[in-house]
Design a binder for this molecule. Structure first.
Ligand SMILES: *[C@@H]1O[C@H](CO)[C@@H](O)[C@H](O)[C@H]1NC(C)=O
Ligand SMILES: *[C@@H]1O[C@H](CO)[C@@H](O)[C@H](O)[C@H]1NC(C)=O
Length: 216
C-alpha cells in the first residue's frame, strides 16, 4: 500500500503538476496593507537615533579596547573587558533595528540610520580608572536616551495612542541591562580605586589580571 502511495506521489511530481505549482510567479513588489503600522513617527525617529547612540558607544568601547591592548599600555584585562562591551553595544543596535523591522518601520536603508561620522569620543585614556569612569558616563547617557524614548512613546504628542509594547520592551530589555551594567562599572571603579590607593600602579596591574579572569 505504502509503495503504491510513493509511486503515485513520484508520478504526480514527474508529471509536473506539483512542479508547476512550485514555480515562482510572485511579483517583486506588492501592495501590502499598512493599517497595521501603528508607531508614531516621533518614536520611530527616536529609535533610529538610539541606533546611532549605541553604535557610537560601541565605537568608543572599541577605541578603549584597542588603547589598552597597545604594547606601551599592555593591560589585556581592560582590553578584553572593553572589546566585550563594544560587542554588547553592537548587539543593542541590532536589537533596535530588529524591533523597527518587526513593527514594519524600517523603510530606509540601514546606512541612513548613521551620520557619516560615527567616531569614538577619543582614542587614548590616561589610566584604567579614567576609562571606566568615562564608560560609566557613556552608559548613563545611553540610559537617559532610553528614558527619553520611553517618556515620549508612552504618549506620543499627548495623543491617546500608547505604545505599550515599545515602552515595555525598552523598560524590560534595555533598562534592566543598563542598570546592571552601570552597577558593574561603579563597582569596578570602586575596587580599582581602593587597590590603587593601597598599591599605586601595582594596583592597576593586579586589577587588570583579575579583569582578564573575570574575577572583579
Ligand atoms: C508630534 O509633534 C511634532 C511637533 O509638533 C510633529 O512634528 C510630529 O509630526 C508629531 N508626531 C506625531 C506622531 O503626531
Ligand atoms: C554625555 O552627555 C553629555 C551631555 O550631552 C556630553 O557632554 C558628554 O560628552 C557625554 N559623555 C559621554 C561619555 O558620552
Amino acid at each position: 500500500m505504502k509503495l503504491i502511495y510513493v509511486f503515485l506521489v513520484t508520478f504526480l511530481y514527474i508529471n509536473g503538476s506539483l512542479g508547476n505549482k512550485l514555480k515562482c510567479t510572485v511579483p517583486l513588489t506588492r501592495d501590502v496593507p499598512n493599517a497595521w503600522l501603528d508607531m508614531a513617527n516621533s518614536c520611530v525617529d527616536l529609535l533610529k537615533s538610539q541606533v546611532e547612540t549605541e553604535i557610537k558607544a560601541a565605537m568608543t568601547y572599541l577605541a578603549m579596547g584597542a588603547h589598552f591592548a597597545r604594547d606601551t599600555v599592555n593591560r589585556p584585562g581592560f582590553s578584553k573587558f572593553f572589546f566585550e562591551s563594544a560587542s554588547e553595544e553592537r548587539e543593542h543596535a541590532i536589537k533596535i533595528i530588529e524591533y523597527l523591522l518587526m513593527r514594519g518601520q524600517l523603510t530606509d536603508d540601514v546606512s541612513k540610520l548613521l551620520s557619516s561620522r560615527v567616531l569614538p569620543l577619543r582614542e587614548t585614556w590616561s589610566n584604567g580608572v579614567g576609562a571606566l569612569t568615562e564608560a560609566l558616563e557613556l552608559e548613563t547617557n545611553v540610559t537617559k536616551h532610553i528614558q527619553d524614548i520611553i517618556r515620549n512613546c508612552e504618549k506620543p504628542n499627548n495623543s491617546n495612542f500608547n505604545d505599550y509594547h515599545l515602552v515595555d520592551y525598552l523598560t524590560g530589555e534595555f533598562l534592566t541591562e543598563q542598570y546592571k551594567g552601570q552597577r558593574d562599572l561603579a563597582g569596578k571603579i570602586s575596587t580599582l580605586g581602593k587597590m590603587m590607593t593601597a598599591h599605586g600602579a601595582l594596583g592597576e596591574f593586579l586589577f587588570d589580571k583579575k579583569l582578564l579572569n573575570n574575577e572583579v
